[in-house]
Design a protein around this ligand. Sequence first.
Ligand code: TYM
Length: 327
Amino acid sequence: MRIFSGIQPTGQLHIGNYLGAIKQWIKLQETNECIFSIVDLHAITVPYNSKVFSEVVLSKAIEYLACGLDPEKSIIFIQSQVKEHTELAWLLNTVCPLGDLRRMTQFKDKSKKFKNNINAGLFNYPVLMAADILIYQTDLVPVGKDQGQHVELARSVAKKFNKTFGNVLTVPKVVFPTMGAKIMSLEDPTKKMSKSTPASCLFLIDEPKTIEKKIMRATTDSGKKIVYDIKKKPGISNLLTIYSLFSGHSIKELEKEFKGKNYSEFKKSLAKTLINGLEPIRRKTKELTNRDVYIKEILNKGAKRAQVLASSTMEKVRGSMGLLKLD
Ligand code: TYM
């Protein structure tokens, strides 16, 4: 299977990114042909600091490697290094109906949040994402729940393209993890944990003291029992999900273990589990920091390998759309 997925280089990676996306990627890279990108061209559709942007992008590559992505097994690269992504995005813009883009909930949310910068790139964002996926003839796209609508759009663009110009593009399928597809905010468990609200996040490289502080402060619900009930107890249910995914114990086992114990005991134990669970990522991130030459070499190689695949699709797309080829 050919796999593609990506993460925007905005802020640090949090446990939502890890449990929703990266953890799946690490498993998938063992038995599939995987391509993972740092999608910098998506990140610039909202206000960002251009002075430090290239450093932020490099730090994402470090976090990818620290989480266990292996450049020997997967192609790891920066989206803007493979120019075919933007070329295909333009061509797909001519296929994608305006009405489909207007329905995108992420566009609606972001245009509320960044009222003074609702640019055309933000609106066309899902078309670039469709290009990212379709240019590699991707079979599977492992993402968290919030990206489901965008992958659905990529599927419908591929189908429409194929119907109009012939069978050129693979129609991809989305894969969500069975658990952890939507990790909720620590502050407000009715909202998604999101990089754009740092207070909602537990970051992968948070120091042990910060982890403890954030978990002890995490919003819980009235009542005392540690039981999973997404409607009545969204806070405890979210923490139980996180606990289960980091400990390998099922939610049922955790409910049994914490029967009769209070929220504070539960949170202390969860903080300890997270501190231990994230320790290897924290350590590897530190080890890789300042190894820019090594990281850039990986990204360079990744971009070259990705480009071979991308240019082969572009050749077919250009031909099927009737663009003139000069010998
Ligand atoms: P981004 O950068 O917002 O998020 C990266 C990945 O993390 C997942 N995720 C979560 N999963 C569970 N719980 C959460 N709270 C949570 N928050 C984020 C996301 O679902 C995603 O899988 N548009 C994409 C990036 C992108 C992309 C692509 C993805 C661009 N091109 C092509 C796949 C294929 C995005 O903004 O992800």
